[in-house]
Ligand binder design. Structure first.
Ligand code: ATP
Ligand code: MG
Length: 348
């Protein structure tokens, strides 16, 4: 008898933010039950591929795997790039989330799963199918920006306009919401991944050093900023990689000013997307946004100083939501807890 047999038997509906960088699972009645990187490690044994690790364990192996082992991120820009592996990953996370909250499954759950606004019908279908094949009885879709806004406690059902900007690993979603619907949605394929790539490219160009994705991300989180922060001490970070010229492992120092420069294009694209959304927002809703400001969610919103740059460029108040990495899953989860939100869900 497995230890799972001792867990209580229940059907628990789930809300899932299947993100490019992280998957977050919300279990109805329990809250956030799991948040792990959307990464899978595959092992090739005699031509047959087998999942070796998923999530946190798989991310630790990124960039360090031998020949017959590969780490895969099955999502790109918020949409599924590798369906089979995305399904495997989802099944693993659903089972783990249940174990984390001490539930054993009876029947199959309803699953609310988030989709980016810019996704095509084929891409949405792939996300639906992944959830169905992972065991859902019924699948509902929710726009990521809508979920983010609910998770950030914005009054999305009321006749009050709000703007949310969700900056993820693979995409930036801008949503203007009012009366339970999306008045404006814009999605740009820019986010944390692009920032990491920009840092790696900068380091290669200016320091003749090749660094991996994980190192670039660490530098971004440690000293990354959207602008030079006034009155804050300038920081720098040690980076290790391979010297382009000599081909040997080398350590160098990168300054915060350099990282700001490397990130300027990504930051500019986020600003531009927000500006375009404001331009096409109806005047009455715009009036509400002037009063209530713009709310930032998603891991990318943790970039230091991003709210200052956006406030400066738009002339509007800008706030970062609490716990921005879990906002989308928390908001999607609210639609399971509170029937008032049922109207924001769709089935295709
Ligand atoms: N302190 C930080 N500073 C800057 N970026 C950060 C910080 N913490 C996390 N991030 C970045 O946030 C991104 C992940 O955010 P999030 O989990 O919201 O994305 P996602 O939902 O998986 O992606 P998407 O919504 O595009 O599918 C990563 O690129 C990560 O490097
Ligand atoms: Mg996201």
């Amino acid at each position: 008898m497995s230890f799972l047999s001792f867990l209580p038997l229940q059907t628990a509906d789930l809300a899932i933010d299947l993100g490019t960088a992280n998957t977050v699972v919300y279990v109805k009645g329990h809250g956030i039950a799991l948040a792990e990187p959307s990464v899978v490690t595959l092992e090739n044994i005699d031509g047959i591929k087998r999942v070796r690790a998923v999530g946190d364990d798989a991310k630790l192996m990124m960039g360090k795997t031998p020949d017959k082992v590969e780490t895969i991120r099955p999502l790109r820009h918020g949409v599924i790039a590798d369906l089979e592996i995305a399904e495997e990953m989802l099944k693993h996370f659903i089972a783990k989330a249940r174990t984390n909250v001490g539930l054993r499954m009876r029947g199959s759950p309803e699953i609310v799963i988030c989709v980016p606004a810019g996704s095509t019908s084929v891409e949405r279908r792939a996300i639906r199918d992944a959830a169905s094949n992972a065991g859902a009885r019924k699948v509902f879709l929710i726009d990521e920006a809508m979920a983010a806004a609910i998770g950030a406690d914005l009054p999305v059902i009321e006749p009050v306009g709000s703007m949310v900007v969700d900056i993820g690993g693979g995409s930036t979603e801008v949503g203007v919401l009012s009366v339970g619907g999306m008045a404006v949605t814009l999605s740009a394929r820019t986010g944390g991944d692009q920032m990491d790539d920009a840092i790696a490219a900068f380091v290669r160009r200016n320091h003749n050093l090749v660094i991996g994705e994980a190192t670039a991300e660490r530098v971004k989180k440690e000293i990354g900023a959207a602008t030079i922060m006034p009155d804050a001490p300038q920081m720098d970070a040690r980076i290790r990689g391979r010297d382009v010229v000599r081909g040997v492992p080398t350590e160098k120092i990168i300054t915060q000013g350099e990282v700001v420069e490397a990130l300027s294009e990504s930051v500019g694209q986020i600003v531009e997307t927000v500006r375009r959304a404001l331009e096409i927002t109806a005047p009455e809703i715009a009036a509400d946004i002037i009063e209530r400001g713009i709310v930032l969610t998603g891991g990318g919103s943790l970039l230091q100083g991003l709210e200052l740059v956006l406030a400066d460029e738009t002339g509007l108040p800008v706030f970062r939501a609490d716990d921005p990495l879990n906002c989308v899953a928390r908001g999607a989860g609210q639609t399971l807890e509170d029937t008032a939100y049922r109207g924001v869900l769709h089935t295709a």
